[in-house]
Design a protein around this ligand. Structure first.
Ligand code: BG6
Length: 608
C-alpha cells in the first residue's frame, strides 16, 4: 500500500505535502511524486527512491492546491515513470491512488482503442484516462463516472489544472480529511495531518468529497449528500518522534513497559477479579457467551503469531476450541462459521485488506466479530461488532513490536473477562492471572536492562546466512515471531519450528556453526527442549538459548544464553519475545539495514 497526501487552502503546500509523505513513508517507500497547481499551471515532479530525494528537488515548487504520493509497488516496477502522480494525455488532470484496480487491463485496452496514450505499467493510470474520457468541465462527476467503471480498491486524490478544487474518494483504502482554518489536509492516516489539525473526517467506502473555496462537501457515488462527524484525534506529535533512539523500532521496543501499563490501565476490576472492557461488555454478554462453541482468530503477520499464542491460554482457561487462521486463507475458504462462533480479528493498523475481508466474511455468516486493534478510527475498528483498543500508540517501525505485546496483554484481559462471565475461571485463578498480568510491565523493564548483553551476542552471529528458531508449546509461536523479526529487518533466512518437529525435517539444514535460537524456559517442556538442544549440538550447531534466570545447566550446554525472569507459563511469551526483538534489531543494525523501512515490506497491506 501507498501513502497519499493532499492539500487545499491558502498556504504554499509542497512542503506540507512532502512532510506528510515523510510521516507515511512506513506505508511504502520505493518511489514518490507530487503535483501542485499555481495559477492554472500544474507542475508534477516524481522520483524513484525515498521522499527525502523528492524534498531536495521540489524546494521551489509553488502552489496551494496539491496532491502527493509515496509508493509500494503492486503493478509495474519501482521507477520514476510508474511512480505517482499519473496524468491524462493532455497533462491537465493528475491523480494519486492507493489500492489495486483488478480490471485495469480491459479498461486500458478499451481506452487505447479510443486513442489514449499510456506512459506507465501501472493499474492506476487507467483512472486518470477514464476521468479524461468523462470530463466535460465537472471534475467530480467525471471522477464518479470513472470510479464506477473500476473493480478493486482505491483511496484517490484528483486535481485539474484549471479547477480550484480537490476531489478525494475511498473504497477499501483508508482516507482521512483534516479540517483546518479555511484549509483542508487529506492523508492515508492521521499521523500525516496531526501537526496541522486534530479535527478529522474519516471517509467510508464509496464516499467522495469535493473540497473548494466553499468548504468540504461529501456525498456517495450517487451524489447523495452525507453528513459526516468531525472526530478529534488524541494522538500528539511527540508520539511520532524518535525521542533520541536510532530507530523507531528500538524506541518502540523500549516503550513496551509503558505501553503495557496503558493497555492494562483501568481495565482490571479488583473487586470482582475480572476485566473491565467497555468496548465489548454490551456485545459479549453472558447470554451470548454461553452459546459460543468455537472461537476463530484471524490475522496476518505478527498479529497472526499473537493469535497462535492466544490459542494456548484461551483454550486452557475457557475450555472452548480456538482455531487460528491466516486472514488471506480464511476469506476464500468458505469457512464453517455461524452465530455461535466468536471471531476475533487482530490487526495493529486496522487496515490490512485480508483481515478486513475476513471480518466481512465472518459477519456475512452471522458471527460476532471482536477487534483487537491499535489504530483508532481505522476501517476494521469501525466495522467490528465490538473490540479492544490495545493503546500501543503509533507504531512506525514496519516490524511490529510493542503492538504484539499489547495485543497479547489485551487478549489475556479478554480471556479473563470471558472466563469470569461464563464461570470458567474461578476467583483464585482469576486473582493469580490478574496478579501475573500486572507484573508484566516491570518484568519487561528488567529484560530491557539486558540489552547490551544481547547486543554482544548479536555481534557473534550477524554474518549468518541462515538460522533456526525452536520453541515448544506456547513458545512455538514466539519462535515463529523471533524468526519473522530477523527475516523482516536483517534479510537473514530464518525458520521457526516446534522444537520436536526439528527431527522430522529441518534437522537436515543443520551444519557446522548454524545459529539456532532455542526458547528453553524452565517450564513443563524443559527436559524435552534440552534433548532437542543436544540433537542440534551433536550436528555442530551454535545454540543461543533463552533461559530462566539461575539455570546453570543450560549455560554449560549452550554457546550463548539470554536469561529472562521466571514467570507463569501463559505469560512466558512476553519475557521471551522482547529479547528476540532486540536480537533481531542488533543483528540488522550491525548489518547496516534500513530497520524502520525494510526492503519490500510495508506497515499495513491495504491491498490483497
Ligand atoms: C505487515 C507488517 O504488512 O502486516 C507486519 O509488515 C504486520 O508488521 C502485518 O504484522 C499485519 O498487519 P496488521 O496491521 O494487520 O497487524
Amino acid at each position: 500500500m501507498c501513502g497519499i497526501t493532499a492539500y487545499f487552502g491558502k498556504r504554499e503546500c509542497s512542503s506540507i505535502l512532502i512532510n506528510g509523505l515523510k510521516r507515511l513513508e512506513y506505508r511504502g517507500y520505493d518511489s514518490c511524486g507530487i503535483s501542485v497547481i499555481n495559477n492554472k499551471e500544474m507542475k508534477t515532479v516524481k522520483t524513484k527512491g525515498k521522499v527525502e530525494e523528492l524534498d531536495k528537488i521540489t524546494k521551489d515548487l509553488k502552489g496551494n492546491i496539491g496532491i502527493a504520493h509515496t509508493r509500494w509497488a503492486t503493478h509495474g516496477e519501482p521507477n520514476e515513470i510508474n511512480s505517482h502522480p499519473h496524468l491524462d494525455c493532455k497533462n491537465e488532470i493528475s491523480i494519486v491512488h492507493n489500492g489495486i484496480i483488478e480490471n485495469f487491463e480491459s479498461i486500458k485496452t478499451y481506452l487505447e482503442k479510443k486513442g489514449h496514450k499510456f506512459r506507465s505499467e501501472t493499474d492506476t493510470e487507467v483512472i486518470v484516462h477514464l476521468i479524461e474520457e468523462f470530463y466535460l468541465g465537472d471534475l467530480k462527476s467525471a471522477v464518479i463516472k470513472a470510479l464506477k467503471q473500476i473493480v478493486g480498491t482505491y483511496g484517490v486524490a484528483v486535481i485539474h489544472k484549471e479547477k480550484k478544487e480537490l476531489i478525494v474518494a475511498r473504497k477499501g483504502s483508508p482516507l482521512i480529511i483534516g479540517v483546518g482554518e479555511e484549509e483542508y489536509f487529506v492523508a492515508s492516516d492521521a499521523s500525516a495531518i496531526i501537526e496541522h489539525t486534530k479535527e478529522m473526517i474519516y471517509l467510508e467506502d464509496c464516499e467522495i468529497a469535493k473540497i473548494d473555496e466553499n468548504g468540504c462537501n461529501i456525498t456517495d457515488l450517487e451524489e447523495i449528500s452525507i453528513d459526516k462527524e468531525i472526530i478529534t484525534v488524541k494522538m500528539n506529535i511527540e508520539e511520532i518522534e524518535k525521542k533520541g533512539y536510532k530507530h523507531f523500532m528500538l524506541k518502540e521496543i523500549f516503550e513496551q513497559p509503558e505501553t503495557l501499563k496503558q493497555a492494562i490501565l483501568g481495565r482490571i476490576d479488583h473487586k470482582n477479579y475480572t476485566a473491565k472492557l467497555g468496548g465489548v461488555e454490551n456485545n459479549l454478554t453472558k447470554e451470548y457467551l454461553e452459546k459460543v462453541n468455537r472461537i476463530v482468530i484471524v490475522a496476518c503477520g505478527t498479529s497472526w503469531h499473537c493469535g497462535l499464542v492466544t490459542k494456548f491460554f484461551m483454550e486452557r482457561f475457557l475450555k472452548i476450541p480456538v482455531e487460528v487462521d491466516y486472514a488471506s486463507e480464511f476469506r476464500y475458504r468458505d469457512p464453517i462459521i455461524d452465530q455461535n462462533t466468536l471471531v476475533i480479528v487482530i490487526s495493529q493498523s486496522g487496515e490490512t485488506a485480508d483481515t478486513l475481508a475476513a471480518l466481512r466474511e465472518a459477519k456475512k455468516k452471522s458471527a460476532k466479530v471482536v477487534g483487537i486493534i491499535n489504530v483508532a478510527g481505522s476501517t476494521i475498528s469501525r466495522e467490528c461488532d465490538c473490540g479492544i483498543f490495545i493503546r500501543a500508540g503509533p507504531e512506525i517501525g514496519v516490524a511490529s513490536t510493542k503492538a504484539f505485546t499489547n495485543q497479547l496483554i489485551c487478549l489475556n484481559l479478554l480471556t479473563l473477562y470471558i472466563g469470569r462471565t461464563i464461570n470458567k475461571i474461578d476467583t483464585e485463578d482469576a486473582k493469580t492471572l490478574i496478579n501475573n498480568i500486572e507484573k508484566v510491565p516491570e518484568t519487561i523493564k528488567e529484560i530491557l536492562r539486558t540489552n547490551n548483553n544481547i547486543k554482544e551476542i548479536a555481534k557473534k552471529y550477524y554474518t549468518a546466512k541462515n538460522t533456526l528458531y525452536l520453541g515448544r508449546g506456547i513458545s512455538y509461536p514466539i519462535a515463529l515471531e523471533g524468526a519473522l523479526k530477523l527475516k523482516e529487518i536483517s534479510y537473514i533466512h530464518a525458520e521457526g519450528y516446534p522444537a520436536a518437529e526439528m527431527k522430522h525435517g529441518p534437522i537436515a539444514l543443520i551444519e557446522k556453526d548454524l545459529p539456532i535460537i532455542v526458547i528453553a524456559n524452565n517450564d513443563l517442556n524443559y527436559d524435552k527442549v534440552l534433548s532437542n538442544i543436544h540433537e542440534a549440538k551433536a550436528r555442530g550447531a551454535k545454540i543461543i538459548a533463552i533461559a530462566t534466570e539461575g539455570d546453570c545447566e543450560i549455560s554449560r550446554l549452550c554457546d550463548d544464553v539470554i536469561f529472562v525472569p521466571n514467570i507463569c507459563d501463559n505469560l512466558l511469551p512476553f519475557v521471551n519475545v522482547v529479547p528476540l526483538q532486540l536480537l533481531a534489531y542488533h543483528i540488522a543494525d550491525l548489518k547496516g539495514c534500513t530497520i524502520d523501512q525494510p526492503r519490500n515490506l510495508a506497515k499495513s497491506v491495504t491491498v490483497e
